[in-house]
Every structure is written in structure tokens, then in C-alpha cells.
Design a protein around this ligand. Structure first.
Ligand code: CO8
Length: 255
């Protein structure tokens, strides 16, 4: 039985984590299914954005602790265990996380691997790995610190406390908060808006956003300038500016 429902809605590829009995704990089967789906979405020119969502109770409560428990150092080190989750952050399409309920450990890291995070009012974020005698292994110590700063990240990582959606938004982890019942629709609307723009434009934009996160300013500005200049080689620039001049809506997909 699949643990991720993979669907499409218009130009949006949708991944719905589907292990409600385990609060969508991330196991290796889930990683395999997400990897296959992202490969498919990236290869499909009709898909312009990806939405990741969980259930009402949990986006994801983190790595599957039951699957993790028997692991030992030599095995996880040699296998580079869990490294495959970087596939999500490496996805070249814009990704929107729709977070209701818990986003803990690997679940918080999964949300942070996305570009936009739309959270419900009662969502809870945290990195409680120390309670299990481990530390985050899917970017939590790095992406959280870059997103919210060292003081707040240290508080969350070292005390294992959860933060609510308001605090997460104030801290810069969350893009928007909406009532719980509106999370999926709001996230889908954002994903559809993004997918409605040019795919090449979005991929260039995502690369520059990531450069802001990952490189010093001078390098990021260099990447931005190159990407900006590259836009002028795309049909999307021709269409967008022609549409503005003609006072009509741009159609980036010739549909
Ligand atoms: N792994 C496996 N099963 C889980 C997990 C999990 N992370 N979280 C919850 N479950 C299961 C429970 O065991 C329970 O199953 P069962 O009914 O069979 O006993 C079911 O989900 C419901 O959970 P609870 O009964 O505990 O529900 P509560 O409402 O009482 O509590 C909590 C909800 C607070 C979210 C609680 O379940 C909890 O603390 N979960 C663990 C949270 C956690 O520690 N997450 C971090 C995991 S470690 C991690 O993510 C490391 C990342 C390293 C990178 C790897 C990337 C994948």
C-alpha cells in the first residue's frame, strides 16, 4: 500500500503524506515514493509547482522512530542513511508545504525544504530530536538557524520545545498563517498562482532564492545577475512584456 498519494491538479503536482496512524512519520518507503513522484513532476512540462501536505492532525511527526531505533553508526554512516531526503530541497520546481498539526523533527525539516510554508493556526513546529538522543539529520540545524537566527534555533533545538504557528511566522519559518480549515485551499491557490507563471522564470527564481540562503552576498548577487540576464533568452520574457505593452493578460503556457 502506498504511503504517499500522488495526484495532479491543474499545473500543480500534489504529494499527500498518508500514514495517519503514525502521524505521517517519514519512513524509507515514503522517501522512495516522494523521489519517484518528484522525478515525474520535474520531467513533466505541464507541472509548474509541487504541493506537499499531510493530514489535519499532522503534517509529519518526523522520521519514523520505530524504523530508526535498530540502526547503528557503521550502517547509517556507510549507507549515508537519510541523505536521500535532500531530493526534496533539490527539487527544481517551487514547492509549497501545507502544514496542519505537528511538523516535528524530519517533518519540520521537510516543511523547511519547501519554498513556501502555509500553516494552520494550530500548527506546531519543533525539532525534538534531543529527546531521542540524536540531533536533526535532514537540515534542521542549518535551515532552522538560517530561517530564524541562532538564538531562536538554539532554543528550539536544545530545549526541544514546540513553537506555535504565530511564533513560527514571527520568526520567519512560516510564510502565512490561515485558519486550519483553509490551509489546503490557500496552499493550493498559492501553488496554482506560482504554476501559472513561466516555468523557466520560476526555476531561475528558485535558484536565486536558494543562493541567498546558501552563499555569501557577493556570490548571491552574481547568481542573481546571471539568472536575470538569462530571463531575456526566454519566451516567457517576450510574452510577459508583450502582454504588458498590449494591455492584456500574459499567457505563459500557450493554452
Ligand atoms: N515515528 C514513528 N511513529 C510515530 C512518530 C514518529 N516520529 N510520531 C508518532 N508516531 C506514532 C505513535 O507511535 C502512535 O502510534 P501507535 O498508536 O501505534 O502507538 C501514533 O503515531 C500516534 O502518536 P501518539 O499516540 O504519540 O499521539 P499523541 O497525540 O499522544 O502525541 C506527538 C503526538 C507529540 C507528536 C508524539 O507522537 C510524538 O512526540 N512523536 C514523536 C515526535 C518526534 O520526536 N519527532 C522527531 C523524530 S526524529 C527525527 O525526525 C530525526 C530526523 C532525522 C532526519 C531523518 C529524516 C527522515
Amino acid at each position: 500500500m502506498n504511503v504517499v498519494d500522488v495526484t495532479t491538479e491543474g499545473r500543480v503536482g500534489v504529494l499527500t503524506l498518508n500514514r495517519p496512524g503514525a502521524l505521517n512519520a517519514l519512513n524509507m518507503q515514503m522517501l522512495d515514493e516522494i523521489t519517484v513522484a518528484l522525478d515525474r513532476f520535474e520531467a513533466d512540462p505541464r507541472i509548474g509547482a509541487v504541493l506537499v501536505r499531510g493530514s489535519a492532525r499532522a503534517f509529519s511527526a518526523g522520521a519514523d522512530i520505530k524504523e530508526s531505533q535498530p540502526r547503528r553508526f557503521p550502517q547509517v554512516f556507510v549507507e549515508n542513511w537519510q541523505a536521500g531526503w535532500s531530493r526534496v530541497a533539490d527539487c527544481r520546481l517551487p514547492m509549497v508545504a501545507a502544514v496542519n498539526g505537528y511538523a516535528l523533527g524530519g517533518g519540520c525539516e521537510l516543511a523547511m525544504s519547501c519554498d513556501l510554508v502555509i500553516a494552520g493556526q494550530t500548527a506546531k513546529f519543533g525539532q525534538p530530536e534531543v529527546t531521542l538522543g540524536v540531533i536533526p539529520g535532514m537540515g534542521g540545524t542549518q535551515r532552522l538557524t538560517r530561517a530564524v537566527g541562532k538564538a531562536k534555533a538554539a532554543d528550539l533545538l536544545m530545549t526541544a520545545r514546540m513553537m506555535d504557528a504565530d511564533e513560527a511566522e514571527r520568526a520567519g519559518l512560516v510564510s502565512r498563517i490561515v485558519p486550519d480549515a483553509q490551509v489546503d485551499d490557500t496552499a493550493m491557490a498559492a501553488a496554482q498562482t506560482i504554476a501559472g507563471f513561466g516555468r523557466t522564470t520560476m526555476q531561475l527564481l528558485k535558484e536565486t532564492l536558494n543562493a541567498a540562503f546558501e552563499t555569501p552576498l557577493a556570490e548571491g548577487l552574481r547568481v542573481e545577475k546571471l539568472a536575470f540576464h538569462s530571463c531575456f533568452a526566454t519566451p516567457e520574457q517576450a510574452e510577459g512584456m508583450a502582454a504588458f505593452a498590449a494591455k492584456r493578460a500574459a499567457n505563459f503556457h500557450h493554452e
